[in-house]
Design a protein around this ligand. Structure first.
Ligand SMILES: Nc1ncnc2c1ncn2[C@@H]1O[C@H](COP(=O)(O)OP(=O)(O)OP(=O)(O)O)[C@@H](O)[C@H]1O
Ligand SMILES: [Mg+2]
Length: 270
């Protein structure tokens, strides 16, 4: 079984949680966002210390990602994408980042590279300030865009102001420099980049060229299989760490959803 299939199988166990428990209730500590704000989004299950089946699945995802990336050289720049919108990229990127940063396991920089529809600042309860697009467009040092979140192990780079041509912006040499600078400045940190859907917006493919690994999010029943295949065809197979099967019902991939046959197709492709 390939690494991707393995990752798919594990990730596919993510199930709908019975009911997400809002942070700060039931006595559990809620993580704090920047400016002392509390991370209270019900889908950021990894920001809380209470047990939940979904948080356990994110822990497994974290362990698997670590196993696949903690090697020589450290594959620390990870991109999160999907075929179409609304698959759960931002929720997945934020939960993975929080999970990695939890318990002081790792330092993580979470970057919102979706300037068309930025959402991570809302999830993390952070007031958006200088962001990635500003650092790239206006030659601003990326260090000045970093916002501390929670225990300080997680830093966040907002998307920045809307740019009229994100494809041009993110395929620029300056974008390459910004990401490579971060990689060399923070060689021991995970750098997780949330992006727009790759099938719809060309900048994601451009940004993917700068990543060491790609996590592809599929929400059960959302995108047609053909869209998923087309999207994966846009990405380099060797960069693909795996697929997070989001919002899966009790049947998951072992039931009616045809992911195994899809994978046979994908891997037999030349
Ligand atoms: N597993 C889940 N269960 C319930 N709701 C979810 C789940 N995952 C994501 N959502 C919700 O679905 C919506 C889309 O999720 P999210 O913003 O993470 O997707 P996205 O792929 O980043 O979307 P976009 O392409 O618009 O950036 C959000 O309202 C989010 O809270
Ligand atoms: Mg998003």
């Amino acid at each position: 079984m390939s690494r991707t299939e393995n990752a798919l199988e594990k990730a596919s166990r993510i199930r709908r949680s019975p009911q997400p428990v809002p942070a700060g209730r039931n006595g559990e500590p809620a993580a704090t966002g920047a400016q002392g704000a509390r991370i209270e989004h019900p889908h950021l299950v990894t920001s809380r210390s209470t047990f939940s089946p979904v948080a356990e699945e994110y822990k497994k995802l974290k362990a698997r990602v670590m196993r696949m990336t903690k090697q020589e050289p450290f594959r620390n720049v990870l991109l999160v994408t999907s075929s179409v919108g609304g698959e759960g990229k931002s929720v997945t990127a934020a939960n993975l980042a929080l999970s990695l940063a939890r318990d002081y396991d790792h330092s993580v920089v979470l970057i919102d590279a979706d300037t068309r529809k930025p959402s991570l600042h809302t999830l993390l309860n952070v007031k958006p300030g200088i962001g990635l697009a500003d650092c790239v467009a206006d030659d601003i040092d990326i260090g000045s865009a970093l916002v501390k979140v929670g225990n300080g192990n997680l830093q966040f780079v907002p998307a920045g102001k809307r740019h009229e041509n994100p494809v041009e912006l993110f395929s620029s040499q300056r974008m390459r420099t910004v990401i490579l600078e971060m990689k060399s400045r923070y060689p021991d940190r995970y750098i997780i980049i949330d992006t727009p859907p790759v099938l719809l917006f060309a900048e994601t493919k451009m940004i993917s060229a700068l990543a060491d690994g790609i996590i592809f999010v599929v929400r059960e029943g959302l995108a047609p299989l053909q869209h998923i295949i087309e999207a994966l065809d846009l990405l380099k197979e060797e960069q693909l760490l795996g697929i997070v099967y989001n919002d899966a019902g009790p049947e998951g991939v072992n039931g009616t959803y045809p992911y195994h046959s899809y994978y046979r197709h994908y891997h037999s492709r030349t």
